[in-house]
Design a protein around this ligand. Structure first.
Ligand code: SF4
Length: 709
């Protein structure tokens, strides 16, 4: 009917799930989201969507929305709630100093949300105790990039995976975790028979298209890559011109590599792999001039994740496989805005616009912000932050859009810490999360389809997220909540934003300001410093840097051989590989955690779609049949896993995909679904000393059949 036609509209936006950052066209009919499809004009997905993205319309109008502010479970007005939080923060800061308060953010937040929260904490409250769940997913890659390239910059672009001749998936189950990247690679495989190598202790769905799967001993990746560097030297596969002109530190790196991994036999022995397979993988890397190494959580979530990242990058630098079409070391991030958060200093040890905690950057930012109380020291990283809450050193914490009681390592400790914390504020769209249930103050936040702002995906593409609904009840955008709170704290002027375009413009202006003032940094979107609201609304996907020299953005970095280090040369990093910080004892298993295909994070959204629960409906424990037989465990038996006093229960899934001695457990389930289903409680909170990222891929666990007594 005419009236139906009149009320149909479409809106371009981006998917809120993974770091691929697919463009979505939403169709809204009678104020209901009725369909989603992939945007043909978005460079990340070119029309495709995976099962999670294509079910987005089924997650709109979620149940359990938090509709109004609450204090101790009682509904209150925004004024009462923000006054209460401001009074609490002011009193705690007055009594115990600014580092007694903290914020914990999320890679789901938009760049504008992240920017104002960081501006408030670091510039005006005087604390850098503001970290993010992105610490759990890509902090290792950030430091690896900085060490090698002089800046946290991903060199490649998704187009490189279409045109490459060989893909190495390292610690990446892209088939589940980054499905559209995987589909693009699968297409290249079908069309051009490119070589695919998967390096992962587990045989995953990604191996379905692999020429070679190397199920290496968990945690030995850096030995494998040190061995590759030795092989490239010994077999004369180096790009000597590139090494001489564009890099430094090669001699020290090869010396370190050779010491631990002098030959293929040694590598095969350490990594517990057949020698022939190691050689075959090395030859694929060496013999193809276009190689993309996609690395993800299997590399990053490690107590030596930074070194693993640099071990991979070293091999690309040694062969000049960088800055060219189809050739790149490529970190793919878990979350939709992990990279956008980094741009605005979303980590406790960063400042906005890729600046650091040195005196000149601190002063530069203080001047730009006219900051009244600039933090001058790095803040606490995620694990340390919750430890400080546990010790009573941090007395007030504001958690935005994330569920650390489920997702943090040693999650029962996190839960205890929040239970005894003096003031816990949670802003979320959902009124029933494991973390929100521990809050003193709950603040209703808007969610996907209601929020307006930008995100940056894994290949530096900035895209708009657009609203097509009004937020229900009294829910507000996160940036708005923070700006309102800032006013209650007495910082009216610096947070006088009425629309996210103004925040984006300030962020863009800052990126140009810091760049003029200091050496050649990577992050620069100064082209948008004077963006109008209309231009912002129509912003097309664009890859940073975007400045006067590159107004269309920058697809690939380092094509000119110039890196962001002081002398423009990329840095080889000598790697002394280390095994995971805690090995399993003889009666224990090595416990690995990760994603399944159809769920996202702690299931707050995807867990409510019946269709997405048909793939895998229950928590499980993946175990090798030999181990299962030894423990008298049959398929579908309930299995009990224990570590550090906490218990996880799941159904046994017997599979040869799992190495003997290892188990795999999904990260998604939580107490809202079933008791003892938070695997985070069993994960050790050991971290990489260089970046603070926890070792989610390697904890010991005792495993047995669950017997009902
Ligand atoms: Fe969304 Fe990631 Fe799937 Fe793309 S690949 S549709 S961004 S979940």
């Amino acid at each position: 009917s005419t009236s139906d036609i009149d009320t149909i509209k479409t809106q371009n936006t981006t998917c809120p799930y993974c770091g691929v950052g697919c463009g979505v066209k939403a169709t809204i009919k009678n104020n209901k989201l009725v369909a989603v499809e992939g945007r043909q004009d978005h460079p990340a997905n070119q029309g495709r969507l995976c099962v999670k993205g294509s079910s987005l319309h089924e997650t709109a109008n979620l149940q359990n929305r938090l509709l109004s502010p609450k204090i101790n479970g009682q509904t209150r007005t925004w004024h009462e709630a923000l006054q209460h939080v401001a009074d609490g923060f002011k009193q705690i800061i007055a009594e115990h100093g600014p580092n007694s308060v903290a914020f914990y953010l999320s890679g789901q937040l938009l760049t504008e949300d992240y920017y104002v929260a960081n501006k408030l904490a670091k510039g005006f409250l005087g604390t850098a105790n503001i970290d993010t769940n992105s610490r759990l997913c890509m902090a290792s890659a950030v430091v690896a990039h900085k060490r090698a390239f002089g800046a946290d910059a991903v060199p490649g672009t998704y187009e490189d995976i279409d045109s490459t001749d060989a893909v190495f998936f390292v610690g990446s189950n892209a088939a589940y975790a980054h499905p559209i990247v995987f589909q693009r690679i699968n297409k290249a495989k079908q069309e051009r028979d490119i070589k695919i190598v998967v390096i992962d202790p587990r045989r995953t769905a990604t191996c379905d298209i692999a020429d070679l799967h190397l199920p290496l001993k968990p945690g030995t990746d850096a030995y494998f890559y040190n061995g590759l560097l030795t092989f490239l030297v010994d077999q004369d596969y180096l790009d000597k011109t590139f090494i001489a002109q564009h890099t430094q530190g090669f001699a020290q790196s090869i010396a370190a590599a050779r010491q631990q991994a002098p030959d293929i036999a040694t590598v095969a022995n350490i990594c517990d792999l057949p020698e022939a397979d190691v050689r075959a993988a090395y030859e694929i890397f060496a013999n193809n001039s276009k190689v993309v190494s996609l690395f993800s959580q299997g590399i990053n979530q490690s107590s030596s994740g930074v070194d693993k990242g640099n071990a991979i990058i070293n091999c690309h630098l040694a062969t000049g496989k960088i800055g060219r079409e189809g050739a790149a070391p490529f970190s793919i991030t878990g979350q939709p805005n992990a990279m956008g958060g980094r741009e605005v200093g979303g980590l406790a040890n960063q400042l906005a616009a890729h600046m650091s905690f040195n005196d000149s950057d601190i002063d530069r930012l203080a001047t730009f912000w006219q900051a009244s109380n600039m933090a001058r020291q790095e803040g606490l990283k995620a694990v340390d932050l919750f430890d400080a809450i546990d010790r009573g050193q941090v007395k007030a914490v504001w958690i935005m859009g994330t569920n650390p009681v489920v997702s943090m390592p040693n999650a029962d400790k996190v839960k205890r810490a929040l239970q005894k914390c003096q003031l816990v504020v949670v802003s979320d769209c959902n009124d029933n999360t494991d973390t929100g249930n521990l809050a003193d103050v709950l603040l209703p936040a808007s969610t996907w389809g209601e929020k307006s702002g930008t995100v940056t995906n894994s290949d530096r593409t900035i895209s708009r997220q657009q609203p097509f609904f009004a937020a229900p009840g009294e829910a507000k955008n996160d940036w708005q909540i923070i700006c309102d709170f800032a006013k209650y704290m007495g910082f009216e002027q610096a947070f006088d934003f009425n629309h996210p375009y103004q925040i984006f413009a300030e962020h863009a202006a800052l990126s140009g300001y810091q760049r003029q003032q200091s050496y050649n940094r990577a992050f620069d979107i100064s082209y948008f410093a004077n963006i109008s609201q209309a231009e912002y609304e129509n912003l097309k996907p664009v890859q940073w840097p975007v400045n006067q020299a590159n107004p269309q953005g920058s697809r690939r970095l380092f094509s000119d051989g110039q890196f962001y280090t002081a002398n423009g040369k990329a840095q080889f990093v000598p790697i002394t590989a280390r095994l995971p910080s805690e090995q399993a004892r003889p009666n224990e298993f090595v416990m690995n955690t990760g994603r399944i295909r159809d769920q996202w994070h702690t299931m707050a959204r995807t867990g409510k779609v019946a269709r997405l629960l048909t793939h895998i409906a229950e928590p499980f424990v993946q175990i090798n049949p030999q181990d299962a037989a030894r423990l008298n465990i049959a398929e579908n038996d309930l299995v009990e896993c224990q570590n550090q006093g906490s218990t996880y229960l799941g159904r046994a899934r017997l599979t040869e995909d799992q190495r003997v001695g290892d188990v795999f457990i999904p990260m998604h389930w939580n107490d809202a679904f079933a008791a003892h289903s938070r695997v985070g409680a069993l994960v050790l909170d050991n971290v990489d000393p260089l970046c603070g990222q926890p070792e989610f891929k390697h904890s010991p666990a005792r495993v047995r059949k669950f017997e009902v007594n």
